[in-house]
Each structure stands twice: as C-alpha cells, then as structure tokens.
Write a protein of this length. Structure first.
Length: 241
C-alpha cells in the first residue's frame, strides 16, 4: 500500500484540527445563546436570545448578570440582576433574589432557579462560582417550572429582592448546591434532611403516589433531582388524560 508523503499527512492533520476547532467553536456558541425572555422590574417582557452565564465583569458590582440580544444580527448587551425580576432560558426559569455578601456567595444580588413551581416552590442555588448566573453558578439544562402571574412568576417576583440566603457550605468559588422552598423568594427557607419529608410531601401532595413515596423515605435530599423528575412525569401523565 502506497503511503502518503509526510507533507501531505501534515496537511491533512492540520485541516482536521482546523475543522474540529471550527465545529467546537460553533457548538459552543450555540450552547451559550438560547431562546428565552426576561421581565424587567416594571413587568415589561422582552423576547430574544439569552446567554445565562457570560464571563467577565457585570454592569454593577456585586450583582449577577446575563447577556441578551433580540436576534442573531443584533449586538448583545448586559443586564444586571437589579434590572430584572425574572428570566426564562430554554426550559429553565430564574428569579432575582438578594444574598448577603459573605464568603459563601459571590454576589449580593443573584438569580435562583425555579425547580418546582407549585403553591410552595422549590428553588435551587449554588454557592461560589463566577459569571452570569452569579453565585448560583447554575447552568441551564435542569428543568424548572415556569409560573404565571405578574412578571411570569406570580408572588415570587419583586418580593424576593430583600431575602438574605446562603448560610453554611463552602467558601467563595465553591460548588455547594442548596435547595430552598417557599411561596416566593421573600419567604424562602433552606430545605434540609430534617424538614425534607414534611416540606416535599406537602409540596407534591397533588400526586398522592409521589407524596407517599416521600413519606416512605424512597426519596431524600441526596436524590431530590430524581424526585423532581418523577413528580413532573406523574403530573404530566395525569394532565394528558
């Protein structure tokens, strides 16, 4: 079998590397920008493309931020947490809340993900980190409920601006995940192993089988993501009947 000259092999390898880099960059760009919308503090809704975790410095010190553009031809601009009441990117929903400026959280004002949107809601936040979704450090992709009412989230909007959250866990730059529950962010309290059964069985009481499984200790704080997925699956199956 005839071998290719060394120069030809080098050329082929170079072309492969360039092509692979091009594909990687394009995939990365596609993952960064997702369709979504936000509500500002006056309740105005804007739809377009959102980059939920951009790098660099935000417009306002000690505030998380996102980047937004109306379409692919427009230049993006940054929106600080204090400019927003909530935003939705892909299937994930976020609301604005205030945090203490301690070593556990990076930003004084941040976004928390709405994981379950019932009368009592379940929120997710991650301590430390950097970038757009500030101290929460949460990447879009984990499903979150989208609520209704003013600003798209009912009582959770606006009322959460004064809530101090985030005690315990690792220091700045850590990755401590914490779940909170409440009717809105102003009433959030941390979900713990001690209150898990009472809170989650009450929150998911509309699905008796799920609530019973919680009481029978099938679920715990360590597998809460599976619980959320099973709850949404059960709810969806009943709503389609």
């Amino acid at each position: 079998m005839q071998r290719l000259p060394i120069t030809m092999l080098k050329l082929n390898i170079t072309c492969f590397i360039i092509l692979a880099t091009f594909v990687f960059v394009n995939r990365t760009q596609a993952q960064k920008w997702q369709q979504g919308y936000f509500y500002d503090t006056k309740g105005n809704k804007e739809t377009g493309f959102i980059w939920a975790k951009p790098g660099g410095k935000g417009p306002i010190k000690d505030e998380a931020f996102i980047e937004f553009k109306e379409n692919n031809k427009e230049n993006p601009f940054k929106l600080s947490a204090s400019d927003l009441s909530s935003f939705v990117v892909g299937r994930d929903s976020f609301v604005v809340t205030a945090e203490p400026q301690t070593g556990n959280w990076q930003y004084g004002m941040d976004f928390v993900k709405v994981v379950v949107d019932e009368d009592v809601k379940l929120y997710l936040i991650r301590g430390g980190g950097s970038g757009g979704i500030g101290g929460s450090g949460i990447q879009p992709g984990f499903e979150g409920g989208i609520g209704g009412g003013t600003g798209g989230y009912g009582g959770g909007v606006g009322a959460g601006i004064s809530i101090p959250i985030g005690h315990g866990g690792g220091g700045k730059g850590g990755s401590r995940i914490a779940y909170y529950y409440g009717a809105n962010t102003a009433e959030m309290k941390e979900l713990t192993p001690l209150n898990f059964v009472d809170i989650m069985s009450d929150m998911m009481g509309d699905e008796p089988d799920i609530a019973d499984a919680i009481r029978n200790n099938k679920y715990s704080l360590s597998n809460v993501e599976k619980l959320v997925a099973d709850f949404k699956k059960a709810k969806a199956s009943h709503s389609s009947q």
